[in-house]
Design a protein. Sequence first.
Lengths: 243, 816
Amino acid sequence: MTDVVRLDAVSKVYGKGQGAVAALREVSVGIPRGSFTAVMGPSGSGKSTFLHCAAGLDVPSSGSVRLGGTELSGMNETALTELRRQRVGFVFQAFNLIPALTVAENITLPLRLAGTRADGAWLDEVVSRVGLRGRTGHRPAQLSGGQQQRVAIARALVTRPEVVFGDEPTGALDTMTARDVLTLLREIVDGTGQTVVMVTHDPVAASYADAVLFLADGRIVDSMAAPTSEKVAERMTRLGAWV
Amino acid sequence: MISLAMRTIRHRGAAFAGAFVALLCAAALVCACGMLLETGLRGSVAPERYAGTPVVVTGDRFARETISKSAEKTKTKAKPLAERAWVPVSLAERLRRLPGVSRVVTEVTFPLYVAGRPFEGHGWESAALTPFTLSAGRAPRADGEVAVEAGAGLRPGARVPVRTPAGDRTYLVTGVTAQDLPGRETLFLSPAEARRLAGRPGMVSAVGVFPAVDVSAALREAAAAPGGVRALAATGDERGVVEFPDAEQARVRLISLGGALGGTSLLVAILVVVGTSALSVQQRQREIALLRAVAATPGQVRKMLGGEALLVGAVAGLVGAAVGIGLGFWLRSRFVALGAMPPNLRLVVSPFPAFAALAATVAAAWAASRLSARRAVRIRPVEALGEVTLPAALLPTGRLVAGLLCAGGGVALTLVLSSLSTEAAASPVTMLTALVWTVAVALLGPLVARVAATLVGAPLRAFRASGHLAAANLRAGAPRLASIITPLSLMVAMTCTILFTQTTVEDAARREAAAGTVAGHVLGPHLPSGAAAAMRGLPGVEAVTEVLHTSVRVGLEKYGAQGVTGEGLGRTLDLGVVAGRLDGLGEDAVAVSRTAAERLGVRVGGRLRLTLGDGTPADLRVTAIYHRGLGFGDLTLSHALVARHVDDPLGTALVSAPSLTRADLARAVPGTGVAETAGAAWAGPANAEVNYVAMGLIIAFTAIAVVNTLAMSTSARSRELALLRLVGTTRRQARRMLGLETLVAIAVAVALGTGIALVTLTAFSTGMTGSTAPYVPPLGYLAVVGAAALLALAATALPARVVLGRHPAEAVGARE
């Protein structure tokens, strides 16, 4: 398997001088194509910064990030944006959708921004895969929280990105709805070979992934293949004690 | 991106309402000003009395000066004169001899008053110019006969007492005309009597030429002949300008007023719209961050905001232009009512002002979006992820630099303003100075707000819960506070500047006039010269000084002038002579105010060349310099000289008679007003009211902007207010918290606005009156501050009531 995302000795420092805070310290890791990876860690462990750097939303202080074989360092904001537009999909915890646009328009927003047209067959497949058939004309305000996250997932998929990043995608959902959304992500990885990287603090959510990376104090301290929620929870407890 | 912009506007109507209203007002103001400007540039007055005359020849009513721009390029500039320019009768003879000319009619013009009402007097020969015909009686032939217009309501045989430049006389009505012209009331006397009253032997005010022939060659010859006569021929609507010289001055005033008002409102609009769109970007931060994360490039965000601005600007511009046309008509009716615009100067209605308003509005909206987009594209996509919003730098370097540059510009303009001593030069610079200072404050706003919030934090906490919350909000929300402060301080600064420049000049002039008037009584208006002479002979009268006002031009520059009789001048007037001597002011002498003397570079004993009101050149000897120029005019000439060169030689007289009462004097000159000088109101600048009307619109506009911004800022906080309610804040406490925040904003804005106005006014006062202390009537100032505070509190309280009226649990869950 090839790596879709490759981080080499990536550090991120916020601030300068005495007040400087290192959010990431020399992180090196690869995300294999077609995998579902969960990134876990206690608050302040640097998991959000990890996601931002890996997705090209933020520029690391040092080190190299390669996304689908393209080196991100040295790219300006417009070039980064265009790269994200083609190769990366995002699902955030909340406020994922533009309230003025319908479901269909929200899903095709990245295509519209790129100035390309939606591939009708693919759009249909994405919409039916996330279970939103018949709701494409609705406004975000008319949808439940779970449905809104499905729209966000559909939007992340519509450009056939190399990798979809989720930042606590189920963080604002109740247990049942969260389970549905996680199942959907799992299906997408299995059914289409889509790579997904998800930051979460929920051991149950992490158990849907193929592998879990544990971050603490800006470093990757452990990883776990074939996770279960009990194993992850136990590891997290030790991590918390260790920190 | 345009369609996205359109969807956003439809969805978030409220967020764009603010910008929309501001732009609409701007468009309406620009359109109305455009109409005034266009009327000034192209407006015409239809001839009434000259309607039946194909060609009207009059003296050249312009002071002209040829300026050589380079070796081969020269440009002739012309400025209108204050009075009619007369031509010698010989010009009529020359015209009569032209081939093709069948008839020439000469006319003289002079003022008459019947029971204080002004009439224009002519000889009956002028009737042929309209032509007037008689419906009853016969034409006036003898000296004591008069023909009246149909509208006068008189019959032949009636007797009319008339005040003429030569004294009072009762005339017998011999004829009534069939016509009645609306523009002006006219009396016709016998030709011989008319020439006597006009008092300019051998001169005529106009020559009518029949039929329409080209007389330009003859006029050029006349100008080239020895003792050259500069005359102009008017045909078509140009005859209206000749007939109604006031209309020409009104047009010039409209051009400057329309330009200044339109320009100021456009600048204010940009400032206001930048504010509202910055506020709306601030409120849409998360949405913009999401767009950026979903992969909109900074350029695309900029384009989207630009698209929104263009759409809002276009719609607001269209509606505003329509409103503006109505506003233009209203302004015209106000100006006519105030006498600043003759009723027969028609408003030019064309699509140009509307198009200009639309273009200006769209451009202003676009420029504003460009500026606020600078903030928008700095929003980082990461901010869409979760609750964290990275605190933006308080004041980006670019803005800091721009703010400091503006402040520097303000300093420079203030210095320039303090050296300007003419109203024409100082007025536009005054507005610009206040605006530039306000822009500087707006740019440095967040810094100012942060400092202010820190300063007022401690006293605010005395108000317990609501005060504590308000202090915290102010400290955290410095940008929001700044966005409220900007329009508020703009309003206070503009209003104070507009109102108190007038009072400063008026007060200084009134004080000078009061200090310089030694005489106890003033006779007038429309005092015939005979009455003054009679008064001089009255026992107990020490001195009588006749006064006439006119304006003259030195080069092209206009100076207010008074003509005074020299005898006993020291006992009626004290102009505050600082050099030379004023008594025995002869016809070849002129006294100059200190400011004018500095500007003209003349001193006692030097010569001053000027053009009198009717275009006659004069070369006068400077005999005195005085300092009370503001109260009495920049130049003081001899009454005899001025009287021969004004349209209306009936002026006022100052009487020094300490032993006589007002009633004694009134008995001596029946039919003339007598007033004590102490109580006589000083006549302010003629266009003060016009300025109030025009600038009132700007004030109203900034008031709308204030309401706008506050309402926007309050209603955008519905979620925060709902949260406060849920954790146990009562409605009362929440309202008080908002009220305290607004009060702080008002206090800061009043301090800043007053500071800006004071700096501007001090500079203005230094230049115009020589005193660094501007005159600010305390009640007027309190009214301004009170009105600003009430407006701001109401604009906070009303949306707060709506927002707090909603059920908090619903409001807190609602999506932004």
